[in-house]
Every structure is written in C-alpha cells, then in structure tokens.
Design a protein around this ligand. Structure first.
Ligand code: IPM
Ligand code: MN
Length: 356
C-alpha cells in the first residue's frame, strides 16, 4: 500500500519519541512491503520561534495532503509561566484540530500485565482494564465564543457551546466502536448543572433508542472520575465532551502505570492524527530518557485506523509487549536499577519487528 504521512515532532521530547515511532513505522513498512513516504513540518513553540505561527499554513497544507499525521507533543514552560503571551504553542494544536476537523479523539486504555505493579492502584482493581475513551475534540469550552476579558480586565469568561450535530456524530461513533467491543457505552456529562450536558443527554437518548443491542449508561463526570479509579474494568466505551475527556483521560492513563504508555488517534473530516496523550515533558528534552511507547503505539493505531492494516498494528503491539517483558524499558517503568534510553527502546522494538 502507498502511505504518505506527515511527521510533526513538535516541542520538548517530541522529536526524540517521534523519531523512534518513525523508525518502527519504517520497519513495519519494510516487513509488509508498503511504500512509505513522509515529510516533516513545524508545530508548537518551535514553529512560533521560526515562523511566528504555532500552526503554519505550510504545515496545514502538508497535513491536508497526507493520509495520516504522526504528531509528538507541543508546549514550552516559557509560555506556561507567561499567561499574557499572545501566541501560545497550544494554539497550534487546537488550530490543527479545528482546521483538520478532528472531532473524535480516541484514547484506548489497556493494562500491560508486566507493568500492573507500577500502577498506583491495587492489582485486583486494575487487572482486566480495557476501555476506550472517546473525547469530543473540536467543540465545547475549548472553542466556544465569546471568550475573553471584560473591558476593565477584572472579569474573564469562556463559553461552552455544542450543537446537536456535533454531539450526534461523536455519540454515534461511540456506539459503532462499542459494537466491536464489549457493547457498553457510558455517556459522561454534567447534566444536573450544564445546559450543554442536557443537550448531550437528549441527543444521546435518541441514539440509544436506535441501538438496543448496546447497554447505555449515563454518568455525571464527578462520579465518573471516582468510578474510573475505583472500578476501571466496569467501563467499555466512554464518550464525553472535550474538557471532561481531557481530564478523565489523564486520570485513566495512570491506571496503566505510566502516562508514557497511552496512544491516541484523532479522526475527522480531512485526515487523522496519531499522538501520545502525554505532553512535551520539557525537563527531559534532549536527554534520551523519555518513554517512546505511547508514540510507538500511536503508530500502531495509525496503521489500523488510517490504513485499515490490522496485522501491522498487531505486530507493533506484540513488539512493545515483548520489549516490556524483556525489561527493555525507560526509567519511568523500569523495575530495579537497569533502564534503557529512549533510542535503545526504539531500536529494540524496531529490530524485533524486522527479525521476527
Ligand atoms: C491533550 C493536551 C491538550 C489538550 C493541550 C496541550 C492543549 O492536554 O491533548 O490532552 O488540552 O487538549
Ligand atoms: Mn490533556
């Protein structure tokens, strides 16, 4: 198959982890005989520094022409500590999501048996967790207008906005995936307080009626945050709005032992983007210590979701499992003193794929 992808490493550890995922992608293409072409482009703080724009037009053009985008991370403490900065790296990510129409962010959460002891939760709670969080990505409070300050600068406001259409397409997607999984959908909202959440529930109830083979439950987000760590394996597909999904998936990621393990797929109207759910981890940038697994598993999702190549995805996942079993892991998930560098983990996984 011809595969044309855009590589957007971004900031911090982004370049290091993306280059590992790219090598793994190349290895898989070589093994299965796919014709891979790719180009790099700027996004985030590095794009601001070089062009003044966190998501330059050139980068957008490249993404639009690509079958898929492999993305690292964006963000720089320089901007975090300066709330009055007019241009911010995060605007690059949000602009990209909006312009590419990436309305669904899929974040699968599964445990690795060999890492269960790393979880802050008890083994009996965590064992068997296999859930998928579907986060709405182009609406809600992240994008709602009006947003800003009062004239006297003493009041700030954001708006949470959702249309029926935006809710419908994402809730329908949740049912589609639940049907291929354990046939349960949990709709997370705050319908006891928020008007947008009441619209979510109204629309979801209509879709629920059309899907009688799927079990539906409605849960307030505060309760969901609690149940997620008390009883994570009660969930199958969770679907929720943008900000609730942002928060719940960071929480869900620690269930598995490390934030460095969780991949994501953002799908939508024009192309799809694959990225780890963790951030740019600036303290580790350039040190070759960051965990590349979330990005490598994002490449696995790319084969599956963007190209429908299920065996290729499976091969990557198996190689990652084997690297963990062999103890070839970065310091965040290592047991004992021995840990490996980012590049050593990537190389091990790549070679496992090529030699198997
Ligand atoms: C994520 C990140 C982003 C978000 C930030 C960097 C804007 O936390 O992808 O989860 O909030 O969506
Ligand atoms: Mn987040």
């Amino acid at each position: 198959m011809k595969m044309n992808i855009a590589i957007l490493p971004g900031d911090g550890i982004g370049p290091e982890i993306v280059s590992q995922a790219l090598q793994v992608t190349e290895a898989v293409c070589k093994k299965f005989g796919h014709d891979l072409t790719y180009k790099h482009a700027l996004v985030g703080a590095c794009a601001i520094e070089q062009t003044g724009n966190p998501y330059p037009d050139e980068t957008h053009e490249l993404c639009m022409q690509s079958d898929a985008v492999l993305f690292g991370a964006i963000g720089d403490p320089k901007y975090d500590n300066n709330p009055s900065a007019k241009v911010r790296p995060e605007q690059g990510l949000l602009g990209m999501r909006k312009k590419l129409g990436l309305y669904a962010n899929i974040r699968p959460v599964t445990t690795f048996e060999t890492l269960i002891h790393k979880s802050p939760l008890r083994t009996d709670i965590v064992t068997g967790t296999d859930l998928m969080c579907i986060r709405e990505l182009t609406g809600g409070i992240y994008f709602g207008r009006p947003q800003g300050r009062s004239e006297d600068n003493n009041v700030a406001f954001d708006s949470c906005v959702y249309s029926r259409e935006e809710i419908k397409r994402i809730v329908e997607l949740a049912y589609k995936y639940a049907r291929q999984r354990k046939k349960k959908v949990t709709i997370v909202d705050k319908a006891n307080v928020l008007c947008t959440s009441r619209l979510w529930r109204e629309v979801a109830q209509e879709i629920e009626k059309q899907n009688p083979d799927i079990t539906t439950e409605y849960m307030f987000v505060d309760n969901a945050a609690m149940q997620l760590i008390q009883w994570p394996n009660r969930f199958d597909v969770i679907v929720t709005e943008n900000m609730f999904g942002d928060i719940l998936t960071d929480e869900a990621s620690v269930i598995t032992g490390s934030l460095g393990m969780l991949p994501s797929a953002s799908i939508g109207l024009h192309t799809s983007v694959f990225e780890p759910i963790h951030g740019s981890y600036p303290q580790a940038a350039g040190k070759d210590i960051a965990n590349p697994i979330a990005t490598i598993l994002s490449a696995a999702l790319m084969f599956e979701y963007a190209f429908g190549l299920m065996d290729e995805g499976r091969v990557i996942r198996t190689a990652v499992d084997e690297s963990i079993k062999a103890g070839v892991v970065t310091e965040d998930i290592a047991s004992g003193d021995k840990s490996y560098k980012t590049s050593e983990v990537g190389k091990w996984i790549k070679e496992y794929i090529l030699n198997k």
